[in-house]
Design a protein around this ligand. Structure first.
Ligand SMILES: Nc1ncnc2c1ncn2[C@@H]1O[C@H](COP(=O)(O)OP(=O)(O)OP(=O)(O)O)[C@@H](O)[C@H]1O
Length: 638
């Protein structure tokens, strides 16, 4: 009396990928799996108790029928007939109650387990280094979080319960049948290999087809997610590829359609076989049993009980024939979850890390070199569906970078695209760690290697406005409060005011409650950057990193952003990347970066006087393009 429909369970087993049984699972995996089960051991014990009693009850009703026929009806004992009929009702009620109870326990255990695994994986992934996210396909990661966690949960609920309940049912029913008539039991068991063969064959077919169908569906899903976001849809329109896209989609959808039909056909064949075998067995029982009754070797009650018991034997037998695949599938899911949990973050906090003083405002790079980590060091091959992990090292991106930003100073980074400016800024808050040399933060009294301070205190001390000024799909208020959850509306308005965007937010229909769309799309580039500056102002860090905060803006927006920046930078140490040299004219120190090296350093005036790269860049940006059109546009390469 399993809690799951036997046919449904059988079909699920058949759909699972049979290649899993070839996988090797270590003892360590098993130990960890039990580790996850341990907190729920009481519930698990109660659950298994329910399942065992429920499974054992399977023989009671057929035996009651036997007694009713042989001792009640044949002997004309009306009292016994009534008693046994009530007994049958009692058994059914108990069975129903046990079913509800075990269903409740199974969902408590299963959901708790999903909760444990989900929160653990989410917490772990959140703490991975940025390098992990630059390599990992979000879709693959999300599926790992959802599907495998649910697969792992199955190990403890349906797989465990069906295995226990099927084993108990087979033993109890088998013993009862042997006791009633070993000859008939033996004859019926002869049909078992047929059952096994049928389910093996269908299993092989269906698992292959289902895997192909799942891949096909994933392909369709990927195609849609890639095309149906703003970026993909725009590209599709701009290149006028509608018809080609239609044809590609139809191709993929056609494969899924054909597979669907084949799966349905094999499933029907299987269902028909599953009906046929019990019918054959029943005929066998009645045929042989009938003769035995005639020869008075068997009573009619025993024969009826045997026929009923037989039907309750085949389902569990079929279930047990798939148990290895079921258990391995569930354990492989666990293994895939553990794979993510075991991936260490390349950015680790030292156990003896100290909290950085929030007033730290001195920043120092001391002979810093940097190479981007290799994919295999930061990600899992299985989480990257397109990129193959390359074995080649990236070349060194930064070489011998040394500079000091004194408290309150502004240090500007300029140089061509790809020179390494963004990479330098990423080393400040440990988005990456220097390969050699040291990045330090602190105050006049003490400087700390960034690897010696706690990540939280470092993140609190350093604020960023990044190139894309990302906003969550939430209201302006909540996006700003992300920097300081306890900020009041007054604080938020003050920050918006300083960031030169208060008037615009006032003018919005919902004010602070306006939802900024996915990736902040409903705002213009300049508006989003000013909002990001307001967010930075709320956080109020002593060290500020601005990456191309004024790129791609018209001169009016640039002016507003520039004013916002002036407020943001006041009294703070700043590291500013700017494509427009006008932004960094007042910097205390300008570093010209080329091919990962600082090739020039000094103030604007010093660098102009010195001649060289900076003076050339300045001349290109500010020399009149035509005598009558005034200053030329910002240089693209800058
Ligand atoms: N995650 C990464 N993995 C490997 N290489 C990277 C990664 N990010 C950047 N690079 C490489 O490092 C070099 C420096 O890139 P970086 O983004 O620091 O340049 P940048 O000066 O900020 O350029 P831009 O002004 O165009 O933003 C480039 O050659 C780039 O291809």
């Amino acid at each position: 009396m399993s809690t799951m429909h036997p046919m449904g369970a059988a079909m699920r087993s058949l759909r699972t990928d049979r290649s899993v049984v070839d996988q090797k699972l270590t003892r360590r995996t098993m130990r960890r799996v039990f580790g996850f089960a341990r907190p729920h051991s009481r519930l698990l014990t109660a659950f298994i108790g329910f399942v065992v009693v429920d499974a054992a009850l399977v023989v009671v009703n057929p035996l009651l029928v036997k007694a009713l026929l042989d001792d009640g009806i044949r002997k004309g004992d009306g009292g016994l007939v009534t008693l046994l009929a009530f007994g049958m009702v009692g058994v059914s009620l108990l069975d129903a109650a046990l079913g509800v109870g075990s269903g409740y326990l199974s969902s408590r255990i299963g959901e708790n387990l999903i909760f444990d695994l989900r929160t653990k994986v989410f917490g772990h992934v959140q703490r991975m280094s940025l390098a992990f996210f630059t390599r990992t396909q979000t879709g693959a990661l999300v599926s790992r979080l959802n599907n495998d966690v649910i697969g792992a949960q199955r190990a403890f609920t349906s797989t465990l319960s069906s295995t226990v309940s099927n084993t108990i049912s087979v033993v109890v029913v088998g013993v009862a049948m042997v006791v009633l008539s070993w000859q008939i039991t033996l004859a019926c068991l002869a049909l078992f290999p047929l059952l096994l063969l049928a389910s093996r064959w269908v299993g092989g077919q269906i698992s292959g087809l289902t895997r192909a169908q799942m891949n096909g569906n994933a392909d369709l899903g990927n195609m849609m997610t890639e095309r149906f976001n703003v970026g993909g849809a725009l590209l599709l329109k701009l290149f006028g590829r509608r018809d080609d896209e239609d044809a590609r989609y139809a191709d993929k959808a056609g494969v899924v359609r054909d597979l669907g039909v084949r799966i349905a056909l094999v499933t029907r064949i299987f269902a028909a076989t599953m009906m046929l075998i019990p019918a054959l067995a029943t005929a066998l029982v009645w045929g042989i049993g009938g003769h035995l009754v005639i020869s008075s070797t068997l009573t009619i009650g025993t024969l009826t009980a045997l026929a009923t018991l037989l039907l309750r034997l085949l389902g569990p037998l079929q279930g047990l024939s798939n148990v290895r695949v079921d258990v391995m599938t569930a354990l492989v899911s666990f293994d895939r979850v553990f794979e993510v949990l075991d991936l260490p973050s390349t950015i680790q906090e030292r156990p003896d890390a100290v909290a950085l003083d929030p007033h730290s405002a001195r920043l120092e790079f001391d002979h810093v070199a940097f190479t981007y980590p290799r994919a295999e060091d930061v990600s899992l091959a299985s989480l990257e569906t397109v990129a193959r992990l390359e074995s080649r090292d990236h070349g060194e991106v930064l070489h011998d970078i040394s500079f000091v930003a004194e408290p309150g100073q502004m240090v500007a980074l300029v140089g061509p695209s790809g020179a390494g400016k963004t990479t330098i800024t990423h080393l400040v808050a440990r988005l990456y760690d220097a390969t050699s040399g040291t990045v330090r933060v602190g105050d006049d009294a003490q400087l700390w290697d960034v690897r010696d301070v706690t990540l939280q205190s470092l993140e609190d001390a350093v604020g960023y406005v990044t190139q894309d000024a990302h906003m969550f799909h939430d209201t302006i208020r909540e996006n700003l409060r992300y920097a300081r959850p306890e900020a009041s509306d007054e604080d938020i308005w003050a920050a918006l005011e300083s960031a030169q965007i208060a008037a615009l937010v006032h003018g919005m229909p919902d004010g602070l409650d306006t939802v900024v769309g996915d990736r902040g799309y409903r705002l213009s580039g300049g508006e989003r950057q000013r909002l990001a500056i307001a967010r930075l102002l709320l956080k109020a860090p002593r060290i500020v990193v601005l990456d191309e905060a004024t790129a791609h803006l018209d001169s009016e927006s640039e002016y507003a952003v520039q004013r916002a920046l002036d407020t943001a930078l006041e009294g703070r140490t700043s590291l500013v990347i700017a494509h427009r040299l006008s932004t960094v004219r007042n910097a205390d120190q300008i570093l010209v970066v080329e091919d990962g090296r600082i090739v020039q350093r000094g103030t604007h005036e010093q660098l102009l006087a010195e001649g060289g790269t900076y003076a050339d860049l300045y001349a290109t940006q500010f020399k009149p393009v035509h005598a009558d059109t005034g200053p030329g546009p910002a240089l693209e390469a800058l």
